[in-house]
Design a protein. Structure first.
Length: 511
């Protein structure tokens, strides 16, 4: 019976891997989607399908044919503006300039190492999962630093190194959409959501910010930290048993220079934060909104100022740390770190070009608006709303994540479809995005197509030569399922209580 279960599980994993590998490259996928939108706009326009605009009663909206004379003129004259005006592109690149310096100087690695090594032994599992979750603020740095560090730490404590590796991997990847701070993920996904909300209600979208999920992702850190630690100590470690290998590890403590660098970096971050706070909190300050109209929530700081401020809060401490530890000796080193970061973003820039065309065609053709209206009417006709609808959406997104690893690529496809549908049903774009983030993060750790999955296997094989895709997924599966379960329950409770997901980000949408 056990052999049959393993056989079925292995076959399931093989299907996921083979299906994912057969999918075209994301660049090709979005090119095909863009072409598909053009063809579909012509067909639907020819059929004469129209809907009443949900935000403007009495006004009919028809699908615009993008393959007639005017449409072809639009395609060629807007190819460059679509790309240069693609908001997620600038948002991500600016944020990564700051993060790149903090990472290149060694600040992020030192903070993660120092935190994990300073946690008391009885809280080490909690500390490791927490550090993994928090590492998402530095984009993908946690994948490189924490799994091998977790293995070393557990082995040094006489525990199974694979348990330490999986606990860190669960925090880094499974908890990627939870954090006490805003990150590049908030900026990237938030811009896609805002652009999709504009399809239904441009006025509503104009007041949305990239911090739309902040309250919930901050609360999620506590939930996922305890769930991840519980799964490690109650399920994964007992299953792994006692480590039989002869491999031993020692951990290098932070040097005096690194400790001094972290202290001065913290001081720099604190000073910068105080200065930014003064630009928002003082009456009449440049980044403060109109008095009497929620001057902080509805302010230039929340709307357009968060991204540059986020970049600076990484850049300044990174430079200070580098100067103290001598990893930065001149302005040339800072420029090189920024350039190295931008060079690593080459694929993202290419992907942004084709995504920008897809999104622009989808919006200009009015297909998103028409699909949103018909989709909402269909769901209402089968009485699928509320919590069942939310759960179904989460399960669909979680399943798709097994085959397409990129969170931004998936959301670029799904947001223009699902955000309008959910808005038509009375649910905010902020809620739809948060439901997507719950699903996407939870199944990252069991997707063999996730970018860093092979690297984690390589780390694990240092302690278990037999470790392969199926073995790692079988170990990570409990994390994935418990994260998905408890995170979904938390979101449902949040939804029932009607608590805002972030500053000025309600659960329900009101036109």
């Amino acid at each position: 019976m056990e052999a049959e279960k393993k056989g079925f599980f292995q076959k399931f994993l093989n299907v996921i891997e083979k299906t994912g590998n057969r999918l075209p490259h994301p660049v090709t996928l979005f090119f095909l989607l863009a072409v598909g939108v053009l063809v579909l706009s012509a067909v639907v326009s020819w059929l004469g399908i129209s809907v009443e605009h949900p935000g403007k009663p009495g006004e009919n909206v028809e699908v615009v044919n993008l393959l007639n004379g005017e449409g072809i003129h639009y395609i060629f004259t807007n190819l460059v503006p679509n790309f240069t005006g693609f908001k997620p592109l600038g948002v991500v690149l600016v944020t990564m300039l700051g993060i790149g310096v903090a990472e290149g100087s060694g600040l992020i690695s030192a903070i993660l190492r120092g935190f994990v090594m300073s946690v008391p032994k009885r809280f080490i599992t909690l500390g490791l999962v927490f550090a993994g979750i928090m590492s998402s603020v530095a984009s993908d740095a946690g994948y490189v630093v924490l799994p091998p560090l977790g293995a070393i730490l557990f082995l040094a404590l006489g525990r199974h190194p694979i348990a330490g590796l999986t606990a860190a991997f669960a925090g880094v990847s499974g908890g990627f959409s939870a954090n006490l701070l805003l990150s590049g993920t908030d900026a990237l996904l938030g811009e896609f959501t805002i652009m999709s909300a504009e399809i239904i209600d441009p006025a509503y979208a104009a007041n949305m910010t990239i911090a739309m999920n902040y309250y919930f992702i901050a609360a999620s850190v506590l939930v996922l930290t305890f769930v991840g630690a519980w799964v490690t100590e109650r399920i994964v470690e007992p299953r792994l048993g006692e480590y039989q290998g002869k491999h031993t590890e020692t951990m290098d403590k932070l040097t005096r220079a690194e400790i001094k660098g972290i202290v001065w970096a913290f001081v720099a971050a604190l000073v910068a934060s105080v200065l930014f706070a003064l630009l928002v909190l003082l009456p009449g300050a440049p980044l403060r909104g109109v008095e009497g109209e929620m001057p902080i929530v509805k302010s230039p700081f929340m709307k357009d100022g968060l991204v540059p401020i986020l970049a600076i809060l990484f850049l300044v401490p990174g430079i200070v740390y580098g100067m103290v530890t001598k990893t930065i000796r001149s302005d040339k080193d800072v420029a090189k770190m920024m350039a190295d970061t931008m060079s690593s973003m080459g694929m993202f820039i290419v992907l942004s070009f084709v995504i920008a065309q897809f999104v622009a065609y989808f919006t200009t053709s009015n297909l998103g608006l028409v699909l949103g209206v018909y989709g909402a009417e269909f769901l209402q006709s089968i009485s699928l709303t509320g919590i069942p609808l939310l759960i179904l959406f989460i399960l669909i997104a979680a399943f798709i994540n097994l085959f397409i690893g990129s969170a931004s690529a998936k959301w670029a496809i799904m947001a223009p479809v699902f955000v309008p549908i959910m808005m038509r049903l009375g649910y905010s774009p902020e809620l739809t995005q948060m439901a997507y983030r719950v699903a996407d993060s939870s199944t990252n750790i069991i997707s063999p197509l996730m970018t860093y999955f092979a690297m984690v296997i390589a780390f694990a094989q240092k302690y278990d030569k037999k470790m392969g895709i199926g073995t790692l997924i079988s170990v990570m599966f409990p994390y994935s399922m418990f994260f998905l379960l408890f995170w979904t329950i938390t979101l449902i409770i949040w939804m029932l209580l009607g608590i805002d997901l972030g500053p000025g980000a309600p659960i329900y949408y009101t036109p």
